[in-house]
Ligand binder design. Sequence first.
Ligand code: PMP
Length: 423
Amino acid sequence: MVDFAAIRGEFPILDQDIHGHPLVYLDSAATSQKPQCVIDAESEFYRTINAGVHRGAHELAARSTMAFEDARAKVARLVGANAEEGEEEIVVTAGATAGLNLLATAFGNASLGRGGAAAQRFALKQGDEIVVSKAEHHSVLLPFQELAARTGATLKWLELTEDGRVRTDDLDEIITERTKVVAVTHVGNVTGAITDIAPIIRRTHEVGGVFVLDACQSVPHLKVDFHALDVDFAAWSAHKMYGPTGVGFLYGKREMLEALPPASFGGSMVELAWMDQPAQYMLPPARFEAGTQPVAQVVAAGVAAEWMMSIGMDQLEAHERKLTGELLKMGDIEGIRILGPRENADRIGTVAFDINGVHPHDVGQFIDAQGIAIRVGHHCAQPVHRHFGLYASNRASCGVYNNVEDIHALLDALGKVRAFFGA
Ligand code: PMP
């Protein structure tokens, strides 16, 4: 049995009052809080082994490199990726947004003929198609929209069901022989809906396309295995999985990473550089990690991955599912409309909602005055809000440190909103 009360105790930030009330943090979809072991890992790194990685012959550089690569291996283990030297499938990025832009830029470079024959599987030209979904965060939509604009390809999208799930009943019409890239979210950051990605991946591969997964909202909450899912690439951020800000990861099947041309250029990614000849790039992952890496943050992200695995992703998921069940009870409050599936099994504990007659910013302020942190706005996903006929919404989202009392505090507060604003 996992002691979730003890786990909550590992998060020092939660032990404080906000506006005279104990803090109830329900904004983990924006960023999660950090356990003490992650906070300590970063400062311990600076206290004891701080040095550049993969360079220098001194002992600290060797230790720092070891810690960095060890963290990569831990993160790989969390998501079912290879970590053996020469087989690495995890690239360090500055976050999900950076990872998705890396891909879009690299595909654009392939479209210009960079990367040679092997990279042609990523190349796009006029008449080719890129497919996303209407549930995408702007960090999927915009890089691939730009890629389409740069290459002359057409951007298409999968529509949503009434309750905001990515539709998979018309895949054969949307994903066609012309489709080169399909980029879809694993879990919607507004709807909390888990996308039925298996048929999308199957169809993408059937037409010879590359499948990119936005795993930002799945890796922190669900047990994921990228090999079993057969995704080609997946991007996510450390800061939503109890790790530090400023760092994220890009998974790529080894053969995909080996075929992909680099997207940014600089130190630590070339074998040979000349004035008058093209450079010879290193093998992945180094080829995609130009410049000095956020080593302390990566090391702490590795600790976060290990910490999640020590709880057990099944246990973590079951705990959050219980909280989600409570959270969904907000749908019984008069005037509240949930923007996403009502069935617990189809979603995670990220629940966006609209309160009839009350602007989300007013809701957020009223809730905040009671020490409860939720997110309001469009959550960087405007098309999905348009789908629901809204510009903005409120969003409560759970982490492993939340308890049922947190959810009840929110439900109590939500029950008072409409009366307070005279709606
Ligand atoms: N995709 C989804 C589904 C997200 O929730 C987020 C973060 N809100 C992102 C992408 C972008 O992540 P980041 O801002 O950490 O790069």
